[in-house]
Design a protein around this ligand. Structure first.
Ligand code: SF4
Ligand code: SF4
Length: 89
C-alpha cells in the first residue's frame, strides 16, 4: 500500500536525497563573529555537532558536514549565524 501511494505521489527516495543535496548546495553557512555573544546555544542545538566555541565565539568545524538544517539560525538570539542563499546558483 505504501509503495502504491509513493508511486501515486511520485515519491522516489533518490529524488528526495537529490533535492536535499541541491538544497544544501544552494545555501552557505555564515557567521558574524562580532555579533556572537558566545552563549553556545547553536553549538548545543546543531544535530551534527559541527559548531564549537573558540575564544567565546562560534566556530564552524566542518562546513561539508553541515546539513543546512537551519536550527542554529533559528535559535541564535543575536542573529550571528545564518544560512545565505548561494548567489552563484
Ligand atoms: S545549519 Fe544545522 S547542521 Fe549546519 S551548523 Fe546549523 S544547526 Fe548545524
Ligand atoms: S547562538 Fe548565536 S550568539 Fe550564541 S554562540 Fe551561537 S552564534 Fe554565538
Amino acid at each position: 500500500m505504501i509503495a502504491f501511494m509513493a508511486q501515486r505521489i511520485g515519491y522516489n527516495g533518490e529524488g528526495v536525497e537529490k533535492m536535499a543535496q541541491d538544497q544544501k548546495k544552494k545555501k552557505n553557512l555564515k557567521t558574524i563573529r562580532e555579533w556572537c555573544k558566545g552563549c553556545g546555544i547553536c553549538v548545543a542545538f546543531c544535530p551534527v555537532k559541527v559548531l564549537e566555541l573558540e575564544d567565546e565565539k562560534v566556530k564552524v568545524l566542518d562546513y561539508d558536514k553541515c546539513t543546512r538544517c537551519g536550527l542554529c539560525e533559528l535559535r541564535c538570539p543575536d542573529l550571528a549565524i545564518y544560512l545565505e542563499e548561494d548567489q552563484n546558483e
